[in-house]
Design a protein around this ligand. Structure first.
Ligand SMILES: C[S@@+](CC[C@H](N)C(=O)[O-])C[C@H]1O[C@@H](n2cnc3c(N)ncnc32)[C@H](O)[C@@H]1O
Length: 379
């Protein structure tokens, strides 16, 4: 404060100290400074109480008259900025979280045995190349394996994609529902190219559904592939689609332990990094805000499935919001975003809307044309 407190300020400080338990939150004035001791707090009640006392006193007028900032608003802002602690009993907890950690000597353990041991001998180069101009901000119609082979190594920042799941969907110009070995051979040939064209520190995010009736855990098989190819598994996001309108039982399995049929209302985003968990980028190119960051690092996203599939006549689109959150959380503006199974261009559309560069590839001319139309609609 740098001055003695006003009587109105003292009144509010006194009210706070009487209202909130001293061992949780306490305000003291000491040598012209206002000190806040904070252990835990119900932030909403705190805000409401301060608001009430500010209105009841003449303090806001005093601040306006003296051209001073509202110190209580400043306190609230500072508390809100301490965002990384947990919530217990409806209160934000600011102290003592370390004591709750179950893992002892985490840093020592990492120093001794290393992290992501499966990806340490990667040998990836840090040299970066430019994506050639003829591919920048383009939708290319063709087989991704063939198209990607024409690109130099290390020229894209992030891959965001959803491959066909070999489930039997009616895509235009590609067969879905082929022999599983042939399916994985083709998928991995394309993913090999994705790893090659990805820059050091870049990310590959694959949207994949956990189970179909063939009992092939394709999300695990895909993860094994990336780990065998020295990519670091950064984690997974559970995309909760709240899709409860699926049928509830397979014939004969109703209310019987013989073979209950499990239902999934969610899909996964599996995230892999090339060479390093950290990605370089400049601060000015960050476009995620505080609230989004706090919300989205909690790895369970509730987002409704895409509703426009009929409009675009594509059987398996993902919603723009899924792409937007992922791009803002894992990439910077101006980054080059690749989708090798681009469909009707949802990834490219979001990349363009959020100030990123893009390359979308799809084997269907029809889907590519629709992507172009969607992209043209964005100013
Ligand atoms: C799950 S869809 C992707 C949909 C997309 N996320 C969207 O929102 O529009 C998979 C896409 O992969 C395309 N595809 C299948 N095999 C391909 C290949 N070898 N190269 C490029 N695209 C391929 C299909 O045409 C289909 O559009």
């Amino acid at each position: 404060m740098g001055r003695p407190p006003y009587k109105e300020e003292l009144m509010i400080i006194d009210n706070i100290n009487k209202t909130f338990p001293k061992e949780e939150c306490y305000l003291a004035v000491q040598e012209g400074a206002l000190l806040l001791y904070l252990r835990s707090l119900d932030l909403n009640s705190f805000k409401e109480a301060i608001q009430k006392w500010l209105v009841a006193s003449d303090l806001l007028e005093v601040y306006a008259r003296n051209n001073e900032k509202n110190i209580f608003a400043g306190i609230l802002e500072q508390i809100e900025n301490i965002g990384s602690y947990g919530i217990k009993g409806g209160k934000r907890v600011f102290v003592g979280y370390n004591q709750e950690r179950k893992v002892k000597d985490r840093v020592g353990k990492i120093a001794k045995r290393g992290m992501h041991y499966y990806a340490l001998d990667h040998g990836f180069s840090r040299t970066e190349n430019k994506l050639p101009a003829e591919y920048l901000d383009k939708i290319i119609c063709g087989d991704s394996e063939e198209v990607l082979k024409k690109l130099p190594p290390n020229c894209v920042d992030i891959v965001f994609t959803s491959p066909p799941y070999n489930f039997g969907l009616g895509y235009e110009n590609s067969e879905d529902g082929i022999d599983w070995n042939a399916y994985f051979d083709k998928l991995f040939a394309i993913f090999h190219e994705c790893i090659r064209v990805l820059k050091y520190g870049g990310r590959i995010i694959v949207n994949v559904q956990p189970l179909f009736s063939d009992y092939i855990p394709i999300h695990h098989i895909i993860s094994n592939f990336f780990m065998e190819n020295n990519m670091i598994w950064k984690g997974e996001i559970l995309w909760e689609k709240n899709n409860y309108n699926c049928k509830y039982t397979a014939w004969g399995s109703w209310k019987s332990p013989s073979s209950p049929y499990l239902k999934y209302t969610w899909e996964f985003l599996e995230i892999y990094c090339k060479g390093d968990l950290k990605k370089s980028g400049s601060k000015e190119n960050i476009d995620i805000n505080d609230e989004e960051f706090k919300k989205w690092v909690v790895a369970r996203w509730s987002i409704a499935p895409e509703r426009n599939m009929k409009k675009y006549d594509h059987p398996a689109m993902f919603p723009e919001e899924l792409v937007e959150r992922s791009l803002k959380l894992f990439s910077f503006q101006n980054d080059v975003v690749l989708d090798p199974f681009s469909g009707v261009g949802t990834t490219a559309v979001v990349a363009k809307k959020t100030g990123r560069r893009y390359l979308g590839i799809d084997v269907s001319e029809e889907y590519c044309k629709k992507s172009e139309l969607r992209l043209k609609e964005i100013l």
